[in-house]
Design a binder for this molecule. Structure first.
Ligand code: GLC
Length: 469
């Protein structure tokens, strides 16, 4: 099969969150399973594009109403990329130094149009066009219903929803940005009186997947208004759990770790990594170490976590390290915690891939109190590094973390994203920690979990095959 992924992010070229990790890994595993998988994404002005050379592949022009934009398709000269990634460069529109901004509707529509313009020039179109999140959400509609891309009418499109909180809506006043389509199809673009790329993709894609089965079930019940649509389209919806790229995330070979380790050497290995961390952050390494890694936003429960830590840290019987960036008021709260509890709390405000790896390796417990978690990759990285996950029972967290209250369990699950639930879970973890034999057993259990991409890759391939004659 010839598969083309369209995404706003792809690791290692541009990453804001888990979307990049998934799009950086899935095509690679599809390729290894014997298929031709490629990815097309925007060209941003970032460290990757500034430090790599590119070969031109194609040039074209797109129109957004009266405005026209020349674009180029570039291929990075990068031997480390296992799959072909093509970058759409649109000067003055897409080539910004950030992935997301306030004019995303226009930027990502331009990206989608450029990608489609290139696709229809190909002698044979891909067998499947796989779109990720709302950024490329108009693509299934454009393929099925717009006149300039009518050649792609019979090409299956798949939408994967990584996060339905964001939909990319924009006003019908901007309808002129879209290429010509039969007016009676306008309803397919509409949700609540606006052009809604995520809703349009749920309606128009041949198949829709969510990044965990649990999240799909939740979306049918509650998806800020989209639940009716999901229920209506449920026959073509499927939950496919994300995997972990076991090559990137392997404590035995991870180049970022001060000390590498594997299951047989996990205790000494984690101890050395913990010592390194505690020294860097000047925190007490004799206590259990909790870590939090994530975007500092409401969805991730960062506000409640800060409150729970402010309540529990005065007892001074654990240490915590926090890594993330996001809403300024949450960043300020974490910084305040660090200042208030020196020796017990450390924080790094920003994005730091290297430090994230080190936190998984050196932490004893990972905190993930998310309000919403479509899949969650951090808990799976934690498992791989022998760090016990403490998660709220939601979405993909529920699907991947078995509670210690159950047979074969290895994690702590709490029902609510609330101060009292988080505080109780921390207390539970503390008492586990004071039982080293039990801890050792649980750590080994986590490392034995197999959340590799192979399973999920098979499910995606089966899904595509069901649409390809
Ligand atoms: C989004 C979701 C997260 C998921 C990731 C990759 O970031 O919030 O839960 O793991 O996408 O699919």
């Amino acid at each position: 099969m010839n598969i083309l992924h369209l995404s706003a992010e792809c690791y290692p070229i541009a990453k804001v969150g888990g979307l990049a990790d998934v799009v950086g890994a899935l095509p690679k595993y599809q390729q290894r399973a014997g298929h031709a998988a490629r990815c097309i994404m925007p060209f941003y002005q970032n460290r990757y594009t500034e430090t790599h050379a590119f070969d031109p592949v194609f040039t074209g022009e797109i129109a957004l109403g009266e405005e026209s934009y020349p674009f180029s398709l570039l291929r990075p000269q990068d031997e480390n990329l296992e799959i072909e990634v093509l970058l759409v460069q649109i000067p003055g529109l897409l080539s910004t130094d950030h992935v997301y901004s306030s004019d995303d509707a226009k930027r990502f529509l331009a990206f989608s149009l450029a990608a489609l313009t290139w696709i229809i020039q190909q002698a044979t179109p891909p067998d499947v066009v796989h779109c990720h999140d709302h950024h490329t959400g108009l693509v299934p509609f454009l393929m099925s219903h717009s006149l300039p891309f009518a050649r792609l009418k019979n090409t299956p499109s798949v939408l994967t929803i990584h996060n339905a909180q964001y939909r990319g809506e924009f006003s019908w006043d901007r309808r002129h940005w879209l290429p010509e389509f039969p007016p009676e199809r306008a309803g397919l673009l509409d949700w609540d009186g606006q052009i809604n790329p995520l809703a349009a993709a749920i309606k128009c894609a041949w198949a829709v997947t969510t990044v965990s089965p649990g999240y799909l079930e939740e979306m049918k019940q509650q998806a800020r208004g989209l639940e009716h649509l999901i229920r209506h389209e449920q026959a073509k919806c499927r939950g496919i759990l994300n995997g972990v790229d076991f090559e990137v995330w392997d404590p035995e070979t991870d180049p970022y770790l001060p000390t590498n380790y594997r299951s047989a050497t996990v205790h000494a290995g984690k101890k050395a990594n913990k010592e390194w961390l505690c020294e860097q952050f000047q925190i007490d390494g004799t206590l259990p170490l909790f870590v939090f890694i994530g975007r500092l936003v409401y969805e991730k429960g960062a506000d409640v976590l800060a409150e729970a830590l402010a309540e529990t840290l005065p007892a001074q019987n654990f240490s915590v390290l926090l890594l993330g960036s996001g809403e300024p008021h949450l960043e300020a709260r974490l910084t305040a915690l660090k200042d208030r509890f020196p020796g017990h709390c450390g924080a790094y405000i920003g994005y730091n891939e290297e430090l994230a790896h080190r936190l998984y390796a050196g932490g004893d417990f990972l905190l993930m109190p998310s309000r919403v978690e479509p899949c969650g990759l951090n808990q799976m990285y934690a498992l791989r590094y022998g760090t016990l996950p403490i998660v709220r029972s939601v979405g993909g967290l529920k699907d991947t973390v078995v509670s210690i209250a159950e047979a074969g369990g290895f994690g702590i699950r709490h029902a609510e994203c609330s101060v009292s639930d988080i505080a109780t879970a921390i207390a539970q973890a503390r008492s586990l920690w004071s039982d080293p034999r039990r801890m050792k057993k649980l750590v080994r259990r986590t490392m034995a979990r197999d959340n590799s991409w192979e399973h999920s890759t098979k499910q995606y391939l089966q899904l595509y095959s069901s649409y390809i004659p």
